[in-house]
Design a protein around this ligand. Structure first.
Ligand code: ARG
Length: 509
């Protein structure tokens, strides 16, 4: 019997059941659905809508179901459409008619909105932690390579020498902006929709603020129609995710280039590469290639949710069910990519000799020579032209700027004297930079301090925001530390994903 069978004379067509059911993917919400139900039941008890015994009975039943789901003892069925109904059905089997009281003052419309807030909130914490781990790898590598010099590129042409540390830290700051964007979206994500009912609110005197407090939310939606219709927080997250993947794709692309024979700057560890079935010599950077490509599906997810929401009238429409699969896929893609990039970066071999050699040609010290002439009193434009001519001369002679004898240099600009030679040495170029944020090792040391400070700030934010969600911590995770909590949730999810997706497929979903 369907929940809504009362109004119907016929059974739903099997094809319709298959088409409309969401259990094949929303089983992922099981944990947060139970959590939300426990908070809702607790609130119903505090408001004297249910008796203390009834609340106790419901919570005990839900806890049992939670355990059974964790040990994969429960079957979910397509006939029960979605995770909410599946859990309610199992609650009936556990505690009988009392189960029917849990849905008092609640609709699946505000329930699913709540679940999505809870689920995404938990995952944003996990995600920030994973981004931090990648940032830490970048800082560690940077600290080891303060004085490893390589060409910096513009237009993919050798431009000026930069320290490898500086290059890697550029990615640190991209990821830092990603974290800050996620944190900035938190107030809108951490808002509680329950109590909106189907759309208009509830005729029961629900204490929405209490439910919000129990679940660690910082506030409640002010408008019930908005509460059940809003998926802006999903759009915002998908946009943030698109930026994160774009950043990871740029990093991946550089790893692919750098590990090519043409560059030869790095070698990826065997454990993070794959081979070719035909060409025995091949060692392919499949992991960064896939990260580069998976950026596409994350962009697609942003377009998908924006399109689902476009022109959608208030309030709940079944269209909203389409918010989930792209979101789950995005979370999975992001976490997987971050988890792989961190060890891939920390295990890669850096060929600093090759980097150094790449600095030897390509006139990477030309700007330095122009700056030198400016110090000697030439206007920069004139200096630029003189060095341009000198470069031409070198190309004809097949030599580097530093190889030219003083007489030749002086033929082009009489101001030049022998003190120019140490300046033309590539190593000194970087050291000579003077601005805040430059590639000079002294500036990079400061940059690393700033990076470490940012890591501490996000760590504190995570610890605080993890604690602000007392119920998830207490119920799901028995007050374990956030790092472990994060990993446990993530690992468990992976196991469940394997379990339920194969089952639902076997059943023809
Ligand atoms: N599975 C549904 C979804 O994901 C849950 C809400 C169903 N509400 C309804 N009125 N049919 O959106």
């Amino acid at each position: 019997m369907k929940l809504w069978a009362g109004r119907f004379n016929k059974n739903t067509a099997q094809t319709v059941e298959n088409f409309t059911a969401s259990i094949a993917f929303d089983y992922r919400l099981a944990e947060v659905d139970i959590l939300g139900s426990i908070a809702h039941a607790t609130m119903l008890g505090e408001c004297k809508i249910l008796t203390a015994d009834e609340v106790q009975g419901i919570i005990t039943g839900l806890q049992t179901i939670r355990k059974k789901i964790a040990s994969h003892e429960l079957e979910f069925s397509i006939a029960d459409e979605d995770i909410h109904t599946n859990i309610e059905r199992h609650l009936y089997q556990e505690i009988g008619a009392l189960a029917g009281k849990l849905h008092t003052g609640r609709s699946r419309n505000d329930q699913v909105a709540l679940d999505l807030h809870l689920y995404l909130r938990e995952h944003v914490l996990i995600l920030i932690e994973k981004i931090r781990q990648l940032q830490s790898v970048l800082v560690t590598k940077a600290s080891e390579h303060l004085e490893t010099w390589l060409p910096g590129y513009t237009h993919l042409q050798r431009a000026q020498p930069v320290s490898l540390a500086h290059h890697l830290l550029a990615y640190f700051w991209m990821l830092q902006r990603d974290i800050e964007r996620l944190i900035a979206s938190w107030p809108r994500l951490n808002l509680m929709p329950l109590g909106a009912g189907a759309l208009a609110g509830s005729s029961f005197p629900l204490d929405r603020e209490l439910t919000a407090r129990l679940l660690g939310f910082s506030g409640v939606y002010e408008n019930s129609m908005d509460a059940v219709s809003d998926r802006d927080f999903v759009v915002e997250f998908q946009a943030d995710a698109a930026l994160i993947m774009m950043h990871l794709s740029r990093l991946s692309e550089e790893l692919i280039l750098w590990s090519s024979r043409e560059f030869g700057f790095i070698e990826l560890d065997d454990a993070y590469c794959t081979g070719s079935s035909m060409m025995p010599q091949k060692k392919n950077p499949d992991v960064p290639e896939l990260i580069r490509a998976k950026t596409g599906r994350v962009y697609g997810a942003l377009t998908a949710i924006l399109t689902v929401l476009k022109a959608l009238p208030l309030c709940y429409n079944k269209d909203l069910q389409e918010d989930k699969e792209p979101l789950f896929d995005t979370l999975h893609t992001l976490l997987q990519s971050l988890e792989l990039l961190a060890p891939l970066l920390s295990s890669m071999k850096i060929h600093s000799q090759v980097m150094q050699a790449a600095l030897a040609d390509g006139f990477i010290n030309a700007t330095q020579l122009a700056d030198y002439l400016v110090e000697k009193g030439l206007p920069f434009r004139e200096a630029h032209a003189v060095v341009g001519k000198l470069v031409q001369h070198c190309i004809q002679q097949n030599c580097a700027l530093g190889d030219l004898p003083l007489e030749i240099l002086q033929k082009y600009a009489g101001e030049i004297n022998s003190e120019v030679y140490p300046l033309l040495s590539v190593k000194n170029i970087g050291i000579n930079y003077k601005t805040h944020g430059s590639t000079a090792p002294s500036a990079i040391k400061f940059q690393i301090q700033q990076a470490l400070r940012k890591l501490r700030i996000s760590e504190r934010w995570l610890a605080k925001s993890g604690q602000d969600n007392p119920l998830p911590n207490q119920m799901m995770l028995n007050s374990c530390k956030l790092g472990t909590m994060v990993n446990q949730t993530h690992k468990k999810e992976k196991r469940d994903a394997e379990h339920y997706s194969t089952r639902c497929h076997q059943k023809g979903a």
